[in-house]
Write a protein that binds this ligand. Structure first.
Ligand SMILES: Cc1cc2nc3c(=O)[nH]c(=O)nc-3n(C[C@H](O)[C@H](O)[C@H](O)COP(=O)(O)OP(=O)(O)OC[C@H]3O[C@@H](n4cnc5c(N)ncnc54)[C@H](O)[C@@H]3O)c2cc1C
Length: 343
């Protein structure tokens, strides 16, 4: 029987804290530790200053902990991150490495696996342990198929998708970190990180942390009972609700396709909002679909939405065919306005 050494890896955010996905991955790594009989649990942190991150994970009961910090590791740069993570992996002797699927780690982790002669599986959505054998679950073909995989090769790197585990909330405890030195010479400094370019917070409609996904369909742009289209009213109603509810904004394909066809559509909506087979598969506890028909290529993107509700004028829409928990047969303009008032 192989006794595994699990290594949980995380990077500090700019403010020194650990992000949500890092805390979720810690819950996942601890769960793996609980299930894998006799496994050793180790932790590795990188970042500019990892003091706060170290406090956040200190109650996890690691057998050994490593940290690499300093200005060279404050930024997401492939060369310095790969050197730091490789050093931690070698020092820990890890056979299973668990890390959050952040953009920083997604970029570097496959390279680290290559340096260690290991294997990597990304977008891991769950795992199970049978005896001493670890199996992971991963979605393929836009999450339509879930595969269960195992591997004999070690070290085995796993990056965990967000929203799979709850965030780690252990109380702080005394924990000793071994500080590893990694020389960052000129050859690791060739990429200079000059800053971020991000939309303003209020222009950002995709909010992965939101409790609710609010989906708008093409019905918002169609002629209504008075024979007119009401684009301004629709835009105000949609964004009024999304802002008040702190919801994430999703769209059907047909709605976002309209902009590329030159029609008047919503400036706050782009193809990045599209949910579905050729769009995204977001994770949220609840979803509310409005003016969207609920066709299969769209609804397949709702795989990870917990409770599903829809508003549609049509009692025979796709949502009524067992795809929603609750269907409100109503005018979405009126209903969403009313709910926003109540909020
Ligand atoms: C290969 C392939 C991939 C695809 N990938 C995707 C994908 O990733 N994502 C995606 O979304 N689609 C995808 N599609 C397209 C998909 O099949 C549908 O065409 C699309 O989702 C329809 O968009 P819709 O529901 O917004 O529009 P429609 O089908 O036009 O539905 C509009 C709805 O609005 C309702 N409505 C109108 N006014 C109101 C009102 N006042 N109140 C309440 N309801 C109202 C109507 O009753 C109607 O049901 C794909 C298709 C194919 C072939």
């Amino acid at each position: 029987m192989t006794i595994e050494t699990i290594l949980y890896l995380a990077h500090a955010e700019d403010d020194g804290s650990l992000g949500r996905s890092a805390l979720e991955a810690l819950t996942g790594a601890k769960e793996l530790h609980r299930q894998l009989a006799g496994a050793t649990f180790t932790v590795g942190l990188i970042g500019g200053d990892v003091a706060a991150a170290a406090t956040a994970v200190s109650g996890c009961g690691a057998d050994k902990s490593y940290a690499i910090s300093g200005p060279d590791f404050a930024v997401s740069r492939y060369a310095s991150d790969a050197a730091a993570l490789e050093a931690i992996c070698r020092a820990s002797g890890a056979t299973v490495v668990v890390a959050p699927a952040t953009s920083r780690f997604n970029r570097v982790m496959p390279g680290v696996a290559q340096r260690l002669g290991g294997r990597i599986d990304t977008h891991v959505g769950g795992f199970s342990v049978t005896g001493a054998e670890l199996r992971i679950q991963r979605g393929y073909y836009r999450q339509r198929m879930i595969a269960t995989l195992t591997r004999a090769a070690r070290p085995w790197f796993l990056t965990l998708d967000g929203g799979v585990f709850s965030t780690w909330e252990g109380a702080a405890a005394a924990m000793q970190f071994e500080s590893l030195g990694v020389a960052v010479g000129d050859e690791l400094h060739r990429t200079r990180v000059v800053g971020y370019q991000a939309p303003q917070a209020n222009a950002q409609t995709i909010r992965p942390d939101a409790k609710l996904l609010f989906v708008a369909g093409v019905g918002w742009t169609k002629k209504q009972s008075d024979g007119q289209v009401h684009l301004d009213d629709a835009a105000k109603t949609i964004m009024g609700f999304v802002d008040k509810a702190g919801a994430s904004l999703g769209s059907s394909k047909s709605l976002v396709d309209q902009s590329s066809e030159g029609h008047n559509v919503f400036s706050f909506m782009s193809h990045l909002n599209q949910v579905g087979q050729t769009g995204s598969t977001p994770r949220h506890p609840k979803g509310l679909s409005t003016c969207c028909h609920g066709e299969e290529p769209h609804v397949v993107g709702w795989r990870f939405i917990g409770e599903r509700r829809a508003i549609n004028l049509d009692t025979n829409c796709g949502w009524a065919q067992g795809k929603a928990d609750v269907l409100y047969v109503a005018d979405a303009f009126e209903l969403v306005r009313k709910v926003t008032e109540l909020l």
